[in-house]
Design a protein around this ligand. Structure first.
Ligand SMILES: Cc1cc2nc3c(=O)[nH]c(=O)nc-3n(C[C@H](O)[C@H](O)[C@H](O)COP(=O)(O)OP(=O)(O)OC[C@H]3O[C@@H](n4cnc5c(N)ncnc54)[C@H](O)[C@@H]3O)c2cc1C
Length: 527
């Protein structure tokens, strides 16, 4: 088939993602339509060839890194398909999976979506969108080059999930191609499980009965394994399934009105304990907060060094030498007066919990907010660059970042666990992330293979400790290939087997996303 090309050196970058893990595959395709995806899958199904779906490859769990077979890259399937407006005034956008988040945001800001070949209902809704208050898609996984299909496949979240939740509740429809090319069309609210049994009809009329896993998910931010609960909506099984159940060929997303005013407040602290106390006090007190993002001392030091040594980072603001950590709070509301009152409350909380109002940056304008965004993005970017540098001396080194969450009342415990065990292991690290959700990305910065092995052991031990606290081993990046051993720690092997049975009922030869979520042993005895 002409769509299938050998994965030659020209396509080298498609062997890896942002986790810096490196895989391999024999062939690659770049379909541009659902029909092409289906034709490819039908052909690959006949030979039981493994298929790894890819979006923009910004994932951090190696989910899009192939382990042989075929790479299906969806980034050229990037059309906007239509728009509808519900009777209560909400807008719903249909798009292909390769639409890039930054592009979507640009079009929404301009209140004009590329409406090529849209039907009359969509064109009418587009005209209403142009007149309506600005709409946003709230999911913000920091890296805006991510594609919508990839974001749904790993149930991405990011900073604003504190207020708006992860991707899941904003996805109202999906079209999914199964491993044999059969289609499943899912619309939120239309198909539910009976208890833990789900009957799924494909468009060709096949009925697939799924016995859903019996585990209970933690009450924290969670992207570990399949989403299941009693009487669940069928669409939620596919969101966050890490490319293992089907290829998403179309999404319908619910948009929401942009807040009238958004301010960013960077608060600096001299101790970690003060930052934790501030978070605990601010969560119930600040009703307009949409994000609480943390940066530890090492993360701030990385920014200080980048600012001094690299022209690419010279635009970073100078950080007070006394600052040991920072919490960025985003406030969003209906008016400046409302935000000013919230800002005063925030100032009082800072004084009460050991922070300082004086050492605070408030960004009210687009320019200042962009500087703060650059500051936040610069931390993971710089760590990725550091990892690339260290990989040159030892190629075994990849990014080693944790993605675990715990319930609100265990925040101080988990911070203490991270700090004390890193010190004991003598490892270099930097931590940042979504402290509002008790969800930090602790990144070990291995200097050599020994550090790398020690870091992996430490993460395994954290997986058990975080599970015991009632948390999740992956809160937003998905399990992919790098965290699959944690899944058994979190749910136990029997429940992972239950997940594997769901996969095999939909994908009997275990072709899709091979290596994601499951060790090969779990998928033996499929078809
Ligand atoms: C600097 C940086 C910061 C980040 N910060 C955050 C953050 O704060 N929060 C967060 O949630 N994420 C974060 N990420 C991770 C990343 O951006 C997300 O995981 C992203 O949502 C993945 O989208 P993608 O298109 O790149 O998917 P990919 O990486 O290409 O794929 C991700 C997974 O989805 C599957 N997949 C892709 N497309 C499809 C499809 N059409 N059908 C079925 N399966 C598919 C792949 O097989 C893979 O398992 C960050 C990444 C970087 C580099």
């Amino acid at each position: 088939m002409a769509l299938i090309k050998p994965l030659s050196e020209n396509y080298d970058e498609y062997r890896r993602d942002e986790s810096r893990a490196q895989g391999d595959a024999e062939t690659i395709s770049f379909p541009t339509s659902e029909d092409e995806v289906r034709a490819l899958l039908r052909e690959l199904h006949a030979s039981h060839t493994p298929v790894t779906a890819q979006g923009a490859r910004t994932g951090l769990a190696a989910g899009a890194v192939p382990t042989g077979g075929h790479v299906m890259n969806l980034s050229r399937m990037n059309a906007y398909l239509g728009l509808r407006r519900s009777s209560d005034g909400r807008f719903f956008l249909r798009a292909q999976p390769g639409v890039v988040l930054s592009e979507l945001r640009k079009h929404l800001r301009a209140r004009a979506l590329p409406a090529r070949d849209w039907d009359s209902e969509s064109l009418a809704a587009a005209q209403e969108l142009a007149q309506a208050p600005e709409q946003i898609f709230p999911t913000d996984p920091t890296e805006t080059s991510a594609c919508l299909g990839g974001m749904a496949a790993c149930n991405a979240s990011g900073a604003r999930s504190y207020a708006y939740g992860p991707m899941r509740p904003h996805v109202s429809g999906l079209r999914v191609a199964l491993a044999n090319g059969d289609m499943v069309a899912l619309r939120r609210g239309e198909l539910g499980a009976h208890g833990r049994t789900l009957e799924l009809a494909t468009e060709s009329g096949r009925l697939i009965t799924l016995d859903l896993p019996t585990y209970v998910m933690p009450q924290t931010k969670n992207a570990s394994g399949y989403f299941v609960e009693d009487n669940m909506d069928a669409i939620d099984l596919f969101i966050g399934s890490d490319g293992t159940l089907g290829v998403i060929t179309e999404l319908e997303l619910e948009l929401m009105p942009a807040p009238a005013v958004t301010w960013g407040v960077s608060c600096f602290f001299t101790t970690e304990a003060a930052a934790v106390a501030f978070t605990q006090a601010a969560r119930p007190a600040l009703g307009l907060a949409t994000a609480f993002e943390y940066f530890d001392a090492a993360a701030l030091n990385i920014l200080r060094t980048q600012r001094e040594n690299s022209t690419a980072f010279s635009a970073l603001p100078a950080i007070d030498p006394k600052a040991a950590c920072c919490i960025f709070v985003e406030l969003a509301g209906a008016s400046e007066a409302e935000l000013l009152a919230e800002l005063c409350r925030l100032g009082e909380l800072l004084e009460q919990t050991g922070g300082s109002e004086k050492a605070t940056w408030v960004a009210r304008t687009d320019v200042d907010r962009e500087a703060q965004r650059f500051f936040r993005h610069a931390v993971p970017e710089s760590v990725n660059m550091l990892i690339d540098e260290r990989r040159r001396t030892d190629p075994i080194i990849t990014k080693l970042g944790s993605d675990m969450s715990v319930p609100d009342d265990r925040l101080a415990d988990v911070m203490e666990l991270y700090r004390s065990s890193l010190a004991e292991a003598g490892l270099e690290s930097a931590a940042w992330g979504h402290i509002g959700n008790n969800h930090l990305h602790v990144n070990v910065l291995p200097r050599n293979a020994q550090d790398y092995a020690r870091g992996k052991e430490l993460f395994e031990s954290w997986a058990a400790r975080v599970t015991a606290m009632g948390g999740a081993v992956s809160a937003e990046h998905g399990v992919g290939k790098l965290k699959r051993s944690f899944l058994a720690v979190m749910y136990g092997e029997d429940h992972v087997r239950e997940m594997a049975r769901v996969k095999l009922a939909l994908d009997p030869y275990g072709q899709l996303g091979r290596g994601n979520l499951f060790d090969p042993a779990y998928l033996e005895g499929g078809a």
